[in-house]
Every structure is written in C-alpha cells, then in structure tokens.
Design a protein around this ligand. Sequence first.
Ligand SMILES: *Cc1c(COP(=O)(O)O)cnc(C)c1O
Length: 452
Amino acid sequence: MTDPRRDLPSVNALLESASLMPLLQRAPRAVVVEAIRVAIDDARREPGGAPAGDDAWARRVETVMNTHLQPSLRAVFNATGVILHTNLGRAPLAEAAVRAIQDTAAGYSNLEYDIDRGERGSRYVHAVALLRELTGAADAIVVNNCAAGLVLALNTLARGREVLVSRGELIEIGGRFRVPEIMAKSGARLVEVGSTNRTHTSDYAAAMSDRVAAIVKVHRSNFAVAGFVAEASVGELASLARDRQVPVLHDLGSGLLVSLERYGLPGEPTARDSIAAGASLVFMSGDKLLGGPQAGIVAGDPALIARLRSNPLARALRVDKLTLAALQATLALYRDPETVVRSVPVLAMLTAPVVAVRARADAVAARLRGHGIEVAVVDSTASVGGGAFPAARIASVALSITGDAVGVEARLRMGQPPIVGRIADGAVLLDLRSVAAAQDAAFGDALARALS
Ligand SMILES: *Cc1c(COP(=O)(O)O)cnc(C)c1O
C-alpha cells in the first residue's frame, strides 16, 4: 500500500514553484509561507485530498491566503429588513458623517484645544451646542454608549443610595444586556416599585425616603405591553420628584430627535418631549434612531451634567474624536427637519414610500434575470430594530429566491461581500428596505456573483 501523505511537497518546493510566483507578488513572503503550511497541513489531515500538480497547489494556497488576508470586520449587505440591526452594526452613517470622520482622522483637530483662547479646551464641548438646540436641554455630555451614560449618571448621583424603578421596566435589551444589572454596577441600589404590568405614581411616592437619590424611567425596548397596563408618565414623575428634590432620569434608548408620526410611526418619545415633560436627564444611543455613530448622549440639567463631567469615571467612558466628528455632522443634518429624513440613512430607510422600494426591487430582479437567475418580487414586512417602535411593522418589498433555501442563504452569506437575508416559508427573502438605494447596483452584482 502506498501512503499518499508521503507525496506531499515541502514548503520550500512550493515556494520555489513558478505557479506560486504571482502569490509572492501579491502578499508578503511570510503570509504566503503561512498559507502554504496551512494548505499542506490540511492535505495531510485529509489523505487523498492533496492537490495534483503545482497549479492545483497554487490555487489551494491562494484560497487559504485570501481567507487569511480578509479582515475580520468587513462590510455586509443587510437584506434582513431590520433597519437598526445590532448584529450588523446598527446605523449606517450619513455621507456628511463619513466625510467628517475622514477630515478628522487623517490629521490633527482641536479635540481638546480652545482655538479662540489659544489654550487647552475640553472634548466635552463638541456637539453640545447642537444637542441643546435639538433637545431643548440646557447641557449635555457625550460618552461611549447609552449604557455608559446610565452607569456614569447613577454612579455620580446615586452611588450607595436608592434608585426607584418600575418592575415593568427592568428589561433586557439584547445581547443579554439587562438594564437592572448595568444599573447595579454603578453602585446604586435598585428599588423595584409597582408590578410587571401596572405601576402608578403612588407606587413611587410610597417608596420615597431620604435614601432615594433618583427615579429612573426606562423606555421599554424590543417589546410592547398591551391589555391591563399602566405606567407613570415622565410628567407625573417629574412633579413627584420636584417635591422631593430628586432627579428623574429617563433612559430613552433610541434617541429619536424628530417625530416620525407622519410616516406612520407614532408613539416613540423624542428627547425634546421628555425634556419638556420634566425629565432631569435623558439618555440615548447615538447609533439607533438618531442614525449616527455609537455613542451615549446624556442631556438635561446643567448642574447634574457638570457633576457627571467631573466624575473620574467619565474619563474611562469618554468618546473618541472620530465619534464626535461623526456625531456632530449627523446632528447638524437635523437642523433641517425637511431634508433630514433623506440625509440620515436610517430615517430614509424607515420613511421611504413602499412604491419606491418596490421599484428598486423590480430593477434588481430584472438585473438578476439578465444573469439567468430566477427571483420573484414579493411583499415583505420590515421592522425598526434596535429597541425602538417594537410593535411597528413597516410595509416593504423583498426579492424571493425559492429552491434550496438553506443552501442559497449560506451561499449569499459566504459571498463577497456577504449578503444577510432571512428564510421564510422555504424561500430566501432579501428585503430592499434595509439596503441603501445608492447601493442597489452593487447589491445586484453581489447577488449575481454569489448565485451564478
Ligand atoms: C439600546 C438601549 C440601551 C443601550 O444603548 P447602547 O447605546 O447600546 O449602550 C439602553 N437603554 C435602552 C432602553 C435601550 O433601548
């Protein structure tokens, strides 16, 4: 019996082979050597699977090398129909935000430098004027994300003391992140009031004592409650809290800055609504409905914000210059409430008329049929995601590919770039609402490549 493993070439023999020359021109020698090692190891583990001849070896090594050279984090097409998909990076940025990142990234900036005075400044001034303008709050601070904002505020205002929160608002918001656990990390002691479905202002009043440092209201993300339910409004909590001189902290989660009611998405409070109703501080994410970079925005009472700013923990939760650049540019787009629903991609995707989505789907389908690929255009339902408008179902349109749905889904996912869709009723559905309209041609090409 012959042992096919004895026939494996050496690393050096392959390195010197003419067939591998093009690879050495494409990548550093060390990368090619590593890919050759892996290819030989694979062949050894799988007797009989060794490539025959130098050209076949070169192709095998190239495949390994391409996988190794590929960055782990890369762009994908989100065809799930979930606009704020946390697993897919939440909000795609506006063009203006991308330009701002580019301008700030390549050189120096006045991140912590006061240009007018020619002296040291503070990174916390950036974006604050815009946030005041857009929320009606008197001051604001930007940190790493919304969860960080909550921890910072509770640690500053309530460490070692009590915080009142409704039982109906002790929620998990995805990625096993539970609001009560993150709040407990701040050193504040949570005191649950009310019941899962009903909490009244009187429940908060009954729990009030000298030990209470704040009332927290958490916007319910990811789910809706219906039926026999009651909750205390921010306004009611604010008047109770004013009497007792404790702040009301409102975790909005999403960071809606303009009402989307006239686009069929009612019921999500804006930051301005919450401030106007009397919240002392509001908390929001930069990369949910606001449509900007990952960030946590805390806006509200200037005396409280000043205390947050001087907590040493703020240093550990601070935001970087690229985030500030992108956030500032995104916020500036909100100055024009008419154009913002087109210039901020998340808002554009949420508010696009379904006829426009259908026209795009038809065009991509026609492109695919030109490549001999059979697809149907079907009605679909998109959703907001990211813990906002949990009950909203947005009319949408998808490409439907029938046949071996599991196989097709995998081929699309492993494509270049990857396309993430969903399987429903034995078909792969690719919802166009979560694909940027400007990317339709690239999306169609990627589909054609993956499917042909
Ligand atoms: C999403 C969410 C958070 C966390 O926001 P991050 O920016 O991801 O930290 C906190 N609270 C609520 C209600 C949320 O929906």
